[in-house]
Design a protein around this ligand. Structure first.
Ligand code: OOG
Ligand code: NI
Length: 461
């Protein structure tokens, strides 16, 4: 079959992202409310701050903003994780980054499945934060065995989804009708099931060990636990949530508010209790929650080291992980700590703190035949021939993720697992290595410089 009959993985991902959003809106109506608020505030920001709208037009993010979202799931075994990797690969999503959450008292480690090339991200930036439960961290051996045997019996993929995955791998793609069927079949894996696979007593034992263990083990599949839209002003969202009947967590995770956002700021609100049918009784479970995020510049290793240091300093000064009680003081300390991080794109670029994308300007194009024009990047920028914008961060932050997990698990009964990062074990379960996000950002930056050089008729930049 000729390759041109196949739907591009990017387009399958875009379809899947839209289908997930529709499904989640039906499952959790509050998510629809949130989407409304986010789109309202994004419009306001673009109208009131034309410089932000202009930057988003340069990078093309303006075209992806409305469909931009991430989801999160938790799986229970290596087989489930490895098959998910195959499922996501059909949609052009690859595992990027390794996140250890055990040091924050959550018995999982994680990666993010996402597109890796800027052109693909432009079509659909949909990403899924995917966590693998670490049964080996359950110290009650009997319970560990119970969890393992329950998980061993479930099949989280439909047989049609599995067949279409195999077909896509064999043929190198899917045609339109198969792609559409694949999206519908894949959705089933992420659906909420109100009927649990365990008895009320088994649920209680799993839950008493850790609420997250019950969430993974007691159900038929890895229900999507949140879908997160991207806002241009998370402080406005945080302030606007109560009026919509939503109570956000007290602390916005990540860096403080800045003129030029960096990395990722996130806030969430607690899950509602949902009715569940155990095998022998009725009960309830809190599974799904809401989250909103604001994305900023991807940082270089140097910028990230500075970020980590300043964040750690603020947390240490406030006496550890911020809570409801220390929220206000923590936000002040955070703001003070980050005064050291330049809030100016030119400085961030000169100091090598962030990754950038470069664009030939109309002026640069008009003057590209002139012998006198500058030849170096700095000269071209100075002369207005090249424009730059920060490259947006496409990934997650371990400290923030831990804060999001914790806020939805409740502050009660913090479990200690020590620091147990084990990337090799995660990659063994996944069946492949995770990609390094910094390498991907550096490649995008490099490609934008090459495109600039070509547009301006220069050998290289
Ligand atoms: C994932 C929590 C982390 C984020 O955006 O950092 C997360 C989970 O609760 O499964 O979603
Ligand atoms: Ni999230």
């Amino acid at each position: 079959m000729p390759a041109h009959d196949f739907v591009s993985p990017d387009s399958i991902r875009a379809q899947f992202s839209a289908a997930m959003s529709l499904m989640y809106k039906q499952e959790v109506p509050l998510y629809g409310t949130l989407l409304g608020l986010v789109s309202e505030i994004n419009q306001q920001v673009m109208a009131k701050q034309p410089e932000i709208a202009a930057a988003l037009r340069w990078t093309g993010e303006v075209e992806r903003l409305d469909q931009e979202r991430h989801g999160a799931i938790r799986v229970g075994s290596a087989e489930e994780l490895a098959t998910l990797a195959r499922l996501f690969a059909v949609m052009g999503m690859q595992p990027v980054g390794y996140y250890d959450l055990s040091s924050a008292g959550v018995p999982v480690h994680s990666t993010a499945f996402r597109a890796v090339h800027e052109q693909s991200l432009h079509v659909s930036p949909f990403r899924v934060f995917t966590s693998l439960l670490r049964l080996e961290l359950i110290d009650d051996l009997q319970l560990r065995e119970l969890a393992r045997s329950i998980l061993a019996e479930r099949e989280i993929f439909t047989s049609r989804a599995l067949a279409l995955m195999t077909q896509a791998e064999r043929d190198g793609g899917l045609r339109a009708d198969d792609a559409q069927a694949f999206v519908q079949e894949a959705l089933h894996t992420f659906r909420w099931h109100r009927d649990a696979t365990v008895s009320a007593e088994q649920y209680r034992r799993l839950h008493d060990q850790h609420r997250l263990i019950a969430d993974v083990v007691a159900f038929r599949g890895p229900h999507i636990n949140h879908l997160t839209p991207r806002t241009l002003d998370i402080d406005a969202i945080q302030a606007g949530m109560p009026a919509k009947g939503i109570t956000p967590k007290a602390v916005i995770e990540g860096p403080p508010a800045r003129r030029h956002p960096i990395l990722l700021r996130q806030t969430s609100f607690k899950a509602l209790q949902e009715a569940v049918a155990f095998s022998d009784a009725q009960g309830s479970h809190t599974a799904r929650f809401g989250e909103i995020e604001q994305r900023g510049a991807a940082l270089t290793p140097k910028g990230r080291a500075l970020y980590d240091r300043l964040l750690e300093a603020a947390r240490a000064a406030s006496g550890g992980s911020p809570s409801e009680a220390t929220a206000e003081r923590y936000m002040t300390l955070l703001q003070q700590s980050f005064a050291e991080f330049p809030d100016d794109l030119a400085q961030m670029r000169e100091q090598g703190l962030a990754y950038f994308r470069y664009f030939a300007t109309d002026k640069g194009l008009a003057e590209r035949a002139q012998a006198e024009r500058p030849q170096t990047l700095e000269g071209l920028i100075g002369a207005g021939h090249v424009h730059f914008e920060a490259l947006v961060y496409e990934d997650f932050l371990p400290v923030s993720a831990a804060g999001i997990f914790q806020s939805n698990l409740g502050d009660d009964g913090q479990t200690q697992y020590g620091s147990n990062a084990n990337r090799e074990a995660f990659e063994a379960a996944l069946g492949m290595q995770v990609q390094d996000e910094k390498t991907l950002y550096a490649q995008t930056e490099r490609r934008s410089l090459q495109a600039c050089a070509q547009a301006l008729n220069l050998g290289s930049l």
